[in-house]
Design a protein around this ligand. Sequence first.
Ligand code: AMP
Length: 535
Amino acid sequence: MLGGMQDWPLRVMRILDHAEREHGTREIVSLHAGGEKVRSDWAGVARDARKLARALERLGLRKGDRIGTLAMNHGRHLVAWYGAIGMGGVLHTVNTRLFDDQLVYIANHAEDRILFYDSGFAPLVERLKPRWTSIEHYVCFDGPGGPGDLSFDALLAAEGDDYAWVEGDEREPMMLCYTSGTTGNPKGVLYEHRSTLIHAMMQISPDIFDLSARSVVLPVVPMFHAAGWALPFSTAMVGGKLVYSTDYTPGVMCDLMHDEGVTHTAGVPTVWLALINYVEAAGRDLGRLGSVHIGGSAAPRAMIQYFTDRGVRVGHAWGMTEMSPLGTVGAATGDWDDLSAEQRLDYMCKQGRVPFGVELRTVDEEGRVLPRDGRSAGRLQTRGPWIIRQYFQDPGGEVIDEDNWFDTGDVAALHPNGVLQITDRSKDVIKSGGEWISSIDLENAAVGCPGVAEAAAVGVRHPKWDERPILLVVRKEGQEVTPQAILDHLAGHVAKWWLPDEILFVDSLPHTATGKLLKTALREQYRDYRLSSAA
Ligand code: AMP
């Protein structure tokens, strides 16, 4: 028997239609490097997205085609998001901080047919054009672009704004984000209209991001990181004002927050550290800021205290690209009024509780479910309707078990009140300033250096970057090799910001029974190693 209700497919463009119709004059502000401020509004974004959708069709793009962007946070980028999705495309936001081989790999793997880019990345785009095999068109967001490229503004100027979004099933894909938080090549997470829409409905709720039509949202998280933490969708859903900046200098951000009346912001701990240092040194304040969401890495206690002392709610968030990205957020509990300030801070240092839609459990090495006793730490698994089933075009197939549980690669304890506490990581990666460094890639590159017998890359705590890599090296017998020689060798293989902060020579490295490096023991031993770069 059917119920008595209407239906429409849960497609993302309905969010923009709503923002245009109900909140059309609510502003989108973009501050560009050099101080230029560009103002639009939700009606303007919708109009330009329709023009862009027409232009994309004219260029020959069709439903399901991948449309790449290599850009910072700004209004034109937002138009490209909605224009690409509106014409039925799959928006592929490329992480600008990856190095050449990874950028080549993911654009080719995604089979991007077109790439939108900021002129700031023009040298990189020109360098990689010969290696990108599927891109037919290049569109520069802020200028004419390289030889043969198209200009974003010229594309829009040539089109009318009469366009009906491409319709289809709510389970069709609309966005692709690659994550390098895994071993091997980056892997693509393919979001669907439905998963994205219901994730946005969850995200606006009070215990999660608490967004409303009065919110003024400054996403510091890049738009390429895990769908920009989905803020371009959830802010549109409530008709909030969006404020973007391509300049992350703390003084510039602080001015922007004051000038635009920012109430909500979100980003990784590294950016807040810089902002706090600036605000203190310059004797300034945080303006109207009422809520800051900190995630990507654990939020330090002193940072949480700093914001809460100033009346700013901290939402300590845990999630991952594979989770669209939100998994948990710390929000006040039912017994909040009875807790002391210290108890509240203890609570906020943990990763928070799940919203409706996310389930968590921890299991031991044999796969037995662990109790929620706040002590038993095990592999953290999750499931829900905005959580990955399978990576994009990945030969490994589904990454969930028969009951839909996905292994996050995090190690955690769950508390009796449902609070998540991340304690470690089983995935062999290092997170520095919110971005991943593959320890295995570093090790493989290092053993290619003459004189190196074996190497292990380990993450060490760092006050600014959260973690930095160090490299433990066993020399080949009878051979001399200097740290500088290893660094010079690595520089030819990995991005500069991947280079280890220190190289330590050791006589031997611990191994498992099967001969693999015993990374857990090394991580444990060196986690609190004092780096001279951290002084
Ligand atoms: P990404 O897909 O790049 O967003 O990275 C997701 C991973 O970042 C998670 O699996 C965790 O390892 C880590 N992570 C995210 N948020 C937190 C947090 N609040 N505390 C500790 N680790 C976190």
